[in-house]
Design a protein around this ligand. Structure first.
Ligand SMILES: N#Cc1c(N)n[nH]c1-c1ccc2c(Cl)cn(Cc3cccnc3)c2c1
Length: 242
């Protein structure tokens, strides 16, 4: 099964890293098709204007609906797709979102800049296809391109055959609801710091217990919200020490 991903942006060069490394190999292997399109290709004026002043006033500029409409009509003509529009005002993009989108045949990402895209673009396409307005997190970016890089990587790594060691959904790092604990490799001593003894003991029960304790400790310290979200039976007596 393959997925077709199209991205429309005024900075196509921003998406170039998608063709490197893991994703580049997935594209070469034919697991993913990636099309990056310059929004300005659908302008007709000499200035290639893509933005204009906001109705109702306010700072900044808004991206014009006409240009986006022509661009998306052209890109979507190739067949039905899910339209994804990154926005600071979007629903949170989570691992669950990535899992859901990994099952799609086509994803089209509309990367805006300025203060955003005229709302009628989302409204007009939402009438005939799935449209998701999503945000990758609670911080402010300058445009949607970086968000698309994040989302494309999160989705493509889930496609069968993309990762060397196929990471099944449940094995994914957030699967047991806790943060991953610390990891170590050779040398056993480095700048006076030693690998925890237990990891070299060969005692697999003790190793599993130690790793779970470190994961609980770290989750309690860094993401107490994840602990609160755990189902009641997720923590056994030994876990409750944290
Ligand atoms: N996803 C996500 C995401 C995130 N987590 N932070 N910022 C964004 C994001 C996504 C899309 C756009 C578009 Cl289009 C324009 N801007 C600039 C902007 C900044 C502040 C207020 N209004 C617009 C975007 C910021």
């Amino acid at each position: 099964r393959r997925v077709r991903i199209d991205v429309v942006t005024i900075f196509p060069g921003y998406l170039a890293p998608l063709r490197e490394a893991l994703l580049g190999r997935a594209i070469e292997a034919g697991l993913v098709e990636l099309g990056v399109h310059d929004l300005r290709d659908w302008t007709h004026d000499v200035h290639q204007a893509v933005d204009d002043s906001p109705y109702g006033g306010g700072p900044g500029m808004v991206m014009r609906p006409q240009v986006w409409g022509e661009a998306l009509d052209a890109v979507l003509a190739a067949g039905p797709a899910r339209l994804v529009v990154p926005t600071p005002a979007g629903r949170p993009f989570t691992q669950a979102t990535a899992q859901a989108w990994a099952g799609e045949e086509r994803l089209v990402f509309a990367c805006g800049r300025y203060e955003g895209i005229d709302q009628r673009v989302v409204d007009s396409y939402a009438a005939r296809m799935p449209v998701d307005e999503v945000s990758i997190g609670d911080y402010v970016l300058v445009g949607g391109e970086v968000a698309v890089m994040v989302m494309v990587e999160a989705v493509v790594r889930l496609l069968p055959g993309v990762l060397g060691n196929p990471v099944s959904a449940q094995e994914d790092s957030f699967s047991d609801g806790l943060l991953e604990g610390p990891a170590y490799t050779r040398p056993v001593s480095w700048r006076g710091l030693d690998v925890p003894e237990v990891l070299r003991s060969g005692n697999h029960a003790a190793i599993a217990r130690w790793r779970r304790d470190r994961a609980l400790e770290r989750t309690a310290a860094r993401r107490p919200d994840l602990l609160d979200a755990l189902p009641e039976d997720a923590l056994d007596r030994a876990d409750r020490a944290f």
